[in-house]
Design a protein around this ligand. Structure first.
Ligand SMILES: Cc1ncc(COP(=O)(O)O)c(C=O)c1O
Length: 390
């Protein structure tokens, strides 16, 4: 069968593969602790469920406008104005089938064959793959464990080349939990504005910051740099609504119009009644979000404390998101050499599913999601301690 060169360039998502292997072992009767999934274990907010149920009962089951319902787009614009002082109006907002589709459609709109995109690394597996799929070349800019994988402006600026169309930031970062400070973000946006480069800020984890840290949103710079700033967000993590598949993009009106045209030929609108649920979550689920965030903070502390006790493992506390990204290379030995073999051995021997750091460009690390219960974290830590016993 002939496959397109575009598809040939694409690999299966490593996070998806880890989750699939865990599910296979589970189906075979093993008790598996799944630390691989990037999805909260909480139920979606009741207000969202109720609003979606009502929408279905009312027959709100037809196509909507490709960019989404005006109500949800208006609510998103109001949300960003209130939280970050962003100037976006309804024609600068589109709703997508998850944040992933927003990113995909933006890449297809902004990148030509031979273009490049600068991405701080380690980074989410999907970013480089989407850039390649669009015909572009990812330029990965290393961030360092020593300062919690913070994203600094200068190395990002230094990596930009004449072919660069896009700087892709993700703060807080999946997989490292690293963040960008407001001054670094401003420097990057100012520099990109001068050179006509888009700063695409994936703020999927914007609510997941710990120890009183504040999120630096590119939305706060959109009034000053309207043609440079693009923000992508999602309902998946903040509201525990992964399966609803609702994300969004905020950008200049001409860009949103173009990306909406792309979407109109790809997915059309996101699911109508799911958008009603998302709108209810955005306007009425703050208490649920606060409750979940408090649980995430406790889980982070529990996990990091446990990991730090393990021989050969070092794990600084992530500043944000819900992943620990420990350095585990000192645990490598024959048969467990590198993060791929290490993750495989842990799954086989200890029944704990984690994602190899290699998938994110960091083979000395593994990614552990703490979007699971404290009991699962405790049980997983016990299994890990047993598996790593010298
Ligand atoms: C950094 C980042 N961006 C975007 C997404 C997309 O999430 P969704 O498509 O569920 O909105 C994810 C999900 O794992 C993510 O980790």
């Amino acid at each position: 069968m002939h496959l397109s060169r575009r598809a040939d360039r694409l690999a299966e998502s490593a996070t998806g593969r880890a989750a699939r292997k865990a599910a296979e072992l589970r189906a075979a009767g093993r008790t598996i602790i799944d630390w691989s999934a990037g999805q909260p274990d909480f139920a979606s907010p009741e207000v969202a469920v109720e609003a979606a149920r009502r929408a279905l009962a009312e027959g709100f089951t037809r196509y909507t406008a490709a960019a989404g319902t005006p109500d949800l787009r208006r609510a998103l614009a109001a949300h960003y104005a209130e939280r970050h002082g962003a100037p976006w109006t309804i024609d600068q907002v589109m709703v997508t089938v998850g944040g992933k589709a927003a990113l995909f459609e933006l890449m297809m709109t902004l990148i030509d064959e031979g273009d490049s995109a600068v991405i701080p690394s380690p980074c989410w597996v999907t970013f480089p793959e989407q850039v390649r799929f669009a015909g572009g070349r990812p330029i990965l800019v290393p961030t360092a464990a020593a300062d919690g994988f913070a994203i600094h402006a200068q190395p990002v600026i230094d990596a930009i080349e004449p072919e660069t169309r896009l700087v892709l930031l993700n703060s807080p970062c999946n997989p490292t939990g690293g963040i960008i400070a407001a001054r670094d973000l401003r420097r990057i946006v100012e520099h990109c504005a001068e050179r006509g480069i888009v700063v695409l800020s994936d703020e999927t984890y914007e609510r997941f910051l710990f120890d009183g840290r504040e999120h630096a949103s590119a939305g706060a710079l959109a009034a000053e740099f309207p043609d440079t700033v693009v923000v992508v967000g999602s309902f998946s993590k903040t509201y525990a609504m992964t399966g609803w598949r609702i994300g969004f993009a905020l950008a200049s009106a001409p860009l949103i119009a173009k990306v909406t045209a792309v979407q109109s030929h790809a997915t059309s609108n996101a699911t109508s009644f799911a958008m009603r649920g998302a709108e209810a979550a955005l306007t009425g689920a703050d208490d649920d979000v606060e409750r979940m965030l408090a649980a995430f903070a406790r889980r982070r502390d529990l996990l990091v404390r446990g990991l730090e006790r393990l021989p050969g493992v070092s794990c600084p506390k992530p500043a944000g998101a819900f992943y620990a990204f420990p350095h585990v290379a000192e645990c490598y030995r024959p048969g467990r050499q590198g993060s791929l073999e290490f993750a495989e051995a842990l799954l086989e021997d200890a029944g704990v599913a984690i994602v190899p750091g290699l998938a994110f460009g960091a083979d000395d690390h593994v990614r552990i999601s703490f979007a699971c219960s404290s009991e699962e974290l405790e049980a997983g830590l016990e299994r890990l301690a047993e598996a790593l016993r010298p």
